[in-house]
Design a protein around this ligand. Structure first.
Ligand code: SAM
Length: 331
């Protein structure tokens, strides 16, 4: 297999994220098996397709968490702060904030005094969120942070003069391996103070058919989302992927609780990356691992909390017990 991997060649585009993207793609596609981190799904096109996924009936996660916030959000918000107390609300991977806005509205109704700090790697979705919040919730204090999760963690200690309430919603925790999830949560508890709170969304283990459909829908939207990663490499790294010669493939493994997503090359081919002077060869049916989405049981979440220095205050679930928002306090 011929590969020209030349990290020493200067990238033609100077933008930091493009350089990081080029670096991570170079690394991921030079390994066996190949992979590209799932955070690169979210460019402008990927953000748009993810919003379509959230509207699909098969992607139950959005409606479950929205219902939890509509029905139980008031109770959660009352735990977030003492009357009259000023606090920071920090959300990792905020996206378009569709569900978070339910909580934000409840906090404003309660006249809570807080600054909302949405963190997201996608500049595009963060700008959209900021504009929408200015229109829909005028006067709310917002400080968007266009950063990767781990870079944003250190911001938590800068905010430590007040109580921190950290949100990590949707199924974002599921994109981490068990080890990385533990590492991320332990850093949150390290950077915050005893008494600070974390509201953690997690998709629960359930009938495998229901999970499988959410990641491989009959409309082809999740397939388009996965394949957009190849198009992004074409747009930003000058690659020449023929997207018709790759297929989206996912499956749910009930023992590990992982949904694994791949792009599988249908033929033997070589892809050129003009901007980074690289070629990558694929054997027929060789794959790129693009995402892991881990499902949890309540006992696994409780174990994770205890291991990383949190006390579980309450689990808030939807009627069908498909999804949980679990409220934890730092010990
Ligand atoms: C699956 S979407 C979920 C959005 C929202 N939390 C929800 O539940 O609807 C994940 C969001 O996290 C952002 N994201 C993914 N990986 C990230 C990372 N490593 N650092 C910062 N943001 C990240 C993406 O850009 C995207 O907007």
């Amino acid at each position: 297999m011929k590969q020209t991997l030349s990290p020493a060649v200067p990238y033609q585009k100077k933008d930091l994220w493009i350089s990081q993207f080029a670096h991570d793609v170079t690394l991921g596609l030079s390994q066996h098996p190949k992979s590209v981190p799932s955070r690169y799904f979210y460019d402008k096109e990927g953000d748009k397709i993810f919003q379509q996924i959230m509207n699909m009936p098969e992607y139950y996660i959005t409606s479950c968490e929205h219902d939890i916030f509509m029905q139980q959000g008031k109770k959660m918000c009352q735990v977030f702060h003492e009357p009259g107390e000023t606090f920071n609300l920090i959300e990792f991977g905020a996206g378009d904030g569709y569900k978070t806005k339910v909580l934000l509205k409840k906090l404003l109704e309660d006249e809570a005094d807080f600054t909302y700090n949405p963190v997201d790697i996608s500049k595009n979705i963060l700008e959209e969120l900021n504009t929408n919040l200015k229109n829909e919730l005028p006067g709310m204090k917002v400080r968007p942070l266009n950063m990767e999760y781990f870079s944003a963690l250190s911001k938590l200690s800068e905010l430590n003069t007040r109580r921190n309430v950290v949100l990590f919603l949707g199924a974002n925790i599921g994109n981490f391996s068990r080890e990385a999830a533990g590492n991320f949560l332990s850093r949150i508890s390290w950077y915050c103070k005893p008494g600070d709170l974390l509201l953690l969304g997690a998709d629960l283990k359930k009938d495998p058919q229901i999970i499988s459909l959410a990641y491989n829908d009959p409309h082809g939207i999740t397939a388009a989302f996965n394949l957009n990663l190849l198009q992004r490499m074409n747009r930003e790294l000058g690659a020449d992927f023929d997207t018709n010669s790759f297929v989206h493939h996912t499956f749910y493994e009930p023992q590990s609780g992982e949904v694994l997503s791949y792009l599988v090359s249908l033929r033997r081919q070589t892809v050129r990356f003009a901007h980074i002077n690289m070629e990558v060869s694929f054997e027929a049916f060789e794959s790129i691992h693009t995402e892991t989405s881990r499902k949890y049981s309540l006992s696994e979440l409780e174990e994770l909390a205890a291991d990383q220095g949190f006390e579980v205050l309450e689990h808030f679930s939807d009627e069908r017990n498909y999804f949980v928002d679990s409220l934890w306090k730092i010990r």
